[in-house]
Design a protein. Structure first.
Length: 291
């Protein structure tokens, strides 16, 4: 198995090198600067643990002014012998058009020869086929503007994790929340708690991104949907996406195995009209100690 993985990772690096040469402009390919060196270190010494899976995105010009389609790519260690995980998204696409675009993309990738690198083929397919979906999305928007005004819905997700420590994971959480215009918070430590609020499709995209590909011990404990005939911003409980750092108890050693002060967390929830969430997250009724 180690030999097969090594061969696959070598092919992945060759493909990334080819893509970087084909998309040389700044911002066309978004690839973490440590991703390739991590794979290269493993290839020099395969006795260590496997490197993180290669993950990057490509901004694709599809022939519409000021519109890009972003292809998000995650490569399993055994790609190209295992299919890549691909997701195309664009702010110019409604949720239904985006779903249809990705269904077509998946069908095309399945039709390609097994065992061959195929990310460029996927890029080319998106480039050649995204425009009709964008046009349908534009028609839908124009029809909606003429229709009766519908209520907006604020979506709020309460997410529980056994722990949240790693800096790169926290960076991913905050970057994703900012990109999707979500407010809420991330409570670091043990346990870890995340709240995001905003448009439903943005919250669902956040949930897909942060748990992808293999975050274990994480679950969405509760979801709230609140309708309004005004802007959803009037319903937000949080003005920004906050970094919660409460007094912690426990070992500050190498494992960073410390527990957050849940009393302070309960007080924070109550200050934001969310005290009832404590029992949903932890299974016990929260009580503040007398001072």
């Amino acid at each position: 198995m180690a030999v097969a993985v090594k061969d696959c990772l070598e092919l992945q690096l060759l493909e990334v090198e080819m893509l970087l040469s084909m998309f040389p402009k700044k911002g066309e390919i978004n690839l973490d600067e440590g991703a390739v060196p991590s794979v290269q270190r493993y290839l020099r010494n395969t006795d260590g643990g496997l490197p993180p899976q290669l993950e990057y995105s490509i901004a694709i010009d599809v022939g519409e002014p000021k519109v890009k389609v972003e292809l998000q790519v995650l490569l399993p260690h055994l790609y190209p012998h295992v299919a890549p995980q691909l997701f195309a998204r664009s702010d110019a696409l409604h949720r239904q058009q985006q779903l249809q675009l990705n269904t077509g993309l998946a069908s095309h990738v399945r039709s390609l020869d097994s065992g061959e690198v195929c990310v460029y083929e996927a890029v080319q397919w998106v480039k050649d086929n995204a425009l009709p979906y964008l046009e349908n999305s534009k028609i839908s928007s124009e029809s909606a503007s003429k229709a009766v005004v519908v209520k907006e819905t604020l979506h709020r997700m309460w997410i529980y994790s056994h722990h949240i420590y790693r800096q790169e994971l926290r960076k991913k959480i905050f970057d994703c929340a900012k990109k999707l215009n979500l407010t809420g918070f991330c409570l670091t430590g043990k346990p870890g708690v995340i709240c995001v609020e905003g448009l439903r499709e943005n919250c669902e995209e956040f949930w897909r991104v942060i748990r992808y590909p293999n975050w274990k011990h994480i679950s969405c404990k509760h979801v709230e949907n609140i309708e309004t005939d005004k802007s959803i911003d009037t319903l937000r409980l949080f003005r920004a996406f906050e970094d919660l750092q409460f007094q912690a108890h426990g070992d500050y050693g190498l494992r960073n195995d410390y527990h957050m002060d849940l009393g302070q967390f309960l007080e924070f929830l109550k200050q934001h009209q969310s005290g009832h969430i404590f029992q949903i997250l932890f299974g016990v009724e929260g009580k503040l100690s007398d001072k």
